[in-house]
Design a protein around this ligand. Structure first.
Ligand code: BES
Ligand code: MN
Ligand code: ZN
Length: 497
């Protein structure tokens, strides 16, 4: 989609279509009032005659109004003005994008960005618009030999601002929005790739590819021998069951001088397929375990977004890439391995593999002397039980970091909810034979998983994001969401302020 920014009255726009917001109770937004005046009250009349209240989800097409250049107008219900939230605004834009794409109008001017208020400023509205519209029109059809596309898809969308004074600010917001949206798309594409193609080696090649596009990126890929030399016994116990070799993918973006600031380090779980290993999963919906590299995908997406925006930040992305298969060399329940940290782990369930690859990656990243470390992982089914598909689970050893992440998620509508990381939960990980077990029983599965990871993150500020419920949609609309790229990118943007 080609986005641009403009200011000016709606009746004067020479687009095929203009999009005009209306609030509940037929309350006219500022742009709607301007258009109503120019068309001698036609907007109010139509709202009444066609019985449109302005509630969220209401859409009304008007054609060929006098005194208006565009031949069609899409009136969009936005609900009560005071109840407008980021979530609602995204939902509204989503519906508008779908309607425009079907309508045959190749270009449109949206005035939805003209309804900024105290809690949703112009900058946020522009970013939410671009994110939700790109999200709505996303398709993944690389592997379809016949492609289903609308005859005249929407190609150009102008976002209008209420005054020329805001143009510069709006352009900057647009620039950020495009970077974020492209990062989300990259994460979705990687997630949706089939697992026979998207294996650890593919992800490593992806890193090299990113380096070609962004020469500021350093890429180093550790193979299994190198990991063995580092003592990464936990990581290797996962990849050893697969014919696909594991990779530790390290990417370093120096947006400011190497000595100018400690890096923000992102660590992504990159299990390109999770069968469960010898503790094998039931076959129901097992295909969705191709999304078990969603954390890795979000690291790629966030890195790309930050490099697109040329942010002055030092950023490291590390991906623990492996395939969890029940091969003849697979680890068994009861195996004991030694982690890079020196601590030993009794593997009681080979399906708790994410924490095994992550714990060694988390020890490894100490070498970057990080400002903070954030790991992102589709780690536990229990997280879906606790929070469903709306919030990412967050656990942290530094509450100020938690607050910042929470706030970033709130602003960009990619939300998280914190769970407690109390010592008591750690007791559940006791092993009779090693320093710890890799599972903590049924109660509080998300917390015991984080508690396990916390034994490897004592030397820095750390937050863990469990995205098991948010990285992809199941069912009819099965597909990767690209979450939490917006959350992470927003967090990094805010860390620069
Ligand atoms: N990748 C899964 C977690 C998962 C399962 C995410 C289903 C989304 C949907 C992870 O590797 C896993 O299998 N976790 C186990 C842990 C258990 C063995 C302690 C789980 O959640 O069942
Ligand atoms: Mn698993
Ligand atoms: Zn997994």
């Amino acid at each position: 989609m080609q986005f641009s920014i403009k200011s000016g009255n709606p009746e004067k726009q020479r687009n095929a279509c203009i999009v005009i917001p209306v609030f509940s109770g037929r309350k006219l937004s500022r742009p709607a009032a301007t258009l109503d005046k120019a068309t001698k009250g036609a907007i109010k009349q139509h709202l009444k005659r066609e019985d449109m209240e302005g509630d969220v989800g209401d859409l009304l097409w008007l054609y060929d109004l006098d005194d208006c250049f565009a031949d069609r107008i899409l009136l969009v219900g936005c609900g009560a003005e005071r109840e407008l939230t980021a979530a609602r605004f995204k939902k509204i834009n989503h519906a508008v994008a779908k309607a425009l794409n079907k309508s045959g109008a190749a270009d449109a001017a949206s005035y939805l960005t003209g309804i900024d208020n105290k809690s949703l400023n112009l900058n946020t509205l522009i970013r939410l618009s671009v994110l939700s519209i790109e999200e709505a029109l996303y398709i993944f059809d690389q592997y379809k030999t016949t492609k289903k596309k609308p005859k005249r898809p929407l190609r150009k969308l102008t976002l209008n601002v209420s005054s020329r004074r805001y143009l510069d600010k709006a352009e900057l917001a647009m620039h950020e929005a495009k970077g974020m949206a492209a990062g989300v798309k990259l994460a979705r594409d990687l997630g949706n790739m089939p697992p026979n193609i998207c294996n650890p080696t593919y992800l490593a090649r992806q890193a090299k590819q990113l380096q070609k596009t962004y020469p500021a990126l350093d890429v180093e890929i550790l193979n299994e021998n190198e990991m063995k030399d580092l003592g990464m016994g936990a990581f290797l116990s996962v990849s050893q069951g697969s014919a696909q070799p594991g990779k530790l993918i390290c990417m370093h973006y120096n947006g400011i001088g190497k000595d100018a600031g400690k890096p923000i380090v992102l660590v992504g779980k990159g299990i390109t397929f999770d069968t469960g290993g010898i503790s094998i999963k039931p076959s129901q919906a097992m295909d969705e375990m191709k999304y078990d590299m969603g954390g890795a995908a979000s690291v790629f997406g966030t890195l790309q977004a930050c490099m697109d925006m040329q942010l002055p930040v030092n950023l490291v992305g590390v991906i623990a890439a492996a395939e969890n298969m029940p091969g003849s060399n697979a680890s068994r329940p009861g195996d004991i391995v030694t982690t890079m940290s020196g601590q030993t782990v009794e593997i009681l369930n080979t399906d708790a593999e994410g924490r095994l690859v992550l714990c060694d990656a988390l020890t490894y990243v100490e070498k970057y002397d990080p400002e903070v470390v954030i790991d992102i992982a589709t780690l536990t089914g229990a997280c879906i039980m606790a929070l469903g598909h709306h919030a990412t689970g967050m656990l942290t050893n530094t509450s100020s970091l938690g607050r910042k992440l929470e706030n970033a998620g709130e602003v960009i509508n990619d939300r998280l909810w914190e769970l407690p990381l109390w010592d008591e939960y750690g007791e559940q990980l006791k092993s009779n034979f090693a320093d710890m077990a890799n599972i903590g029983g049924r109660p509080a599965g998300t917390i015991t998983a984080a508690s396990y990871l916390s034994k490897f993150t004592k030397n820095y500020r750390w937050a863990h994001l469990d995205i098991a419920g948010t990285a992809w949609h199941s069912g009819k609309n099965k597909g990767a969401t690209g979450r939490p790229v917006p959350l992470l990118t927003e967090f990094i943007l805010q860390s620069l302020k």
